[in-house]
Design a protein around this ligand. Structure first.
Ligand SMILES: Cc1cc2nc3c(=O)[nH]c(=O)nc-3n(C[C@H](O)[C@H](O)[C@H](O)COP(=O)(O)O)c2cc1C
Length: 221
């Protein structure tokens, strides 16, 4: 590869967990000699933008449960795509999405179904990152599907989660999104940390390293 390889991350983040993964991965790719751009989508849809305009959520239950129907139906909405993601021929495009009701969040689906994504992903090497509190599987599967549908050459995907069991992790999520801080108890129940497991740093570094290997045509360990 004569000039520097280039990588673009297109992602959405509300509570900064996907942002943290993307930034860690971006650091690794820069260390490996990539020119890296980060394109964080803005969720501007008038129906939903207000609830996600501040952290924590003002009405956590209403705001989260209000997304069930549009998310499960795969609805799209208005987004603002940063200039850095509007054009360019990248050697690697990574799509990062929080999981919302088991699916890629609406801003990311809206991007992946846009004409801009069609031009950006076609015949490009792509990867996906699903960041969930716990249930990442469908999110990652659908991200792959949408990328392939846009003509992207899907290399690999990875997922990142917070800890805990099905009930206490849900309580931790509701607590975090309604207060903005990590607590030890919620309504008297002991809850696990609501943010990503600390191993996300090593995991995202390793994932970015494997992607770099593939793009630079080195042997993958
Ligand atoms: C509207 C909404 C729906 C969510 N649905 C799920 C879900 O179905 N499964 C899950 O594991 N986490 C779910 N979460 C939690 C997020 O996936 C998790 O907090 C993630 O880390 C958020 O990423 P971010 O910090 O980049 O916004 C949901 C969060 C929100 C705001």
């Amino acid at each position: 590869m004569a000039s520097k390889p280039s990588a673009l991350f297109v992602y959405y983040t509300y509570s900064q967990q996907t942002g943290a993964v993307v930034e860690t991965m971006a650091g690794v790719l820069r260390e490996r000699g990539f020119e890296v751009q980060l394109a964080q989508l803005e969720f501007t849809d008038p129906r939903y933008a207000k609830r996600f305009a501040q952290f924590p959520l003002r009405h956590a239950y209403r705001d989260i449960f209000g997304m069930v129907w549009p998310q499960m139906r795969g609805k799209t909405g208005q987004i603002r795509i940063p200039d850095s993601a509007m054009h360019g021929a990248h050697d690697l495009v990574v799509i990062g999405s929080p999981t919302w009701w088991l699916h890629p969040c609406m801003p990311i689906r809206s991007f992946l179904e846009s004409e801009v994504a069609g031009a950006l992903l076609a015949n490009r090497r792509c990867a996906a990152v699903a960041v969930a509190h716990r249930y990442w599987r469908d999110d990652l599967r659908i991200l792959q599907q949408l990328i392939v549908r846009r003509g992207g050459n899907y290399l690999d995907g990875s997922h990142f989660t917070a800890g805990g069991g099905p009930v206490d992790s849900m309580l931790a999520l509701l607590s975090y999104l309604s207060t903005g801080v990590t607590r030890e108890r919620y309504f008297g129940v002991r809850i696990p940390p609501a943010t990503l497991q600390p191993s996300y740093v090593e995991q995202s570094r390793a994932f970015a390293g494997r992607l770099a290997d593939q793009v630079l045509d080195r042997a993958v360990a």
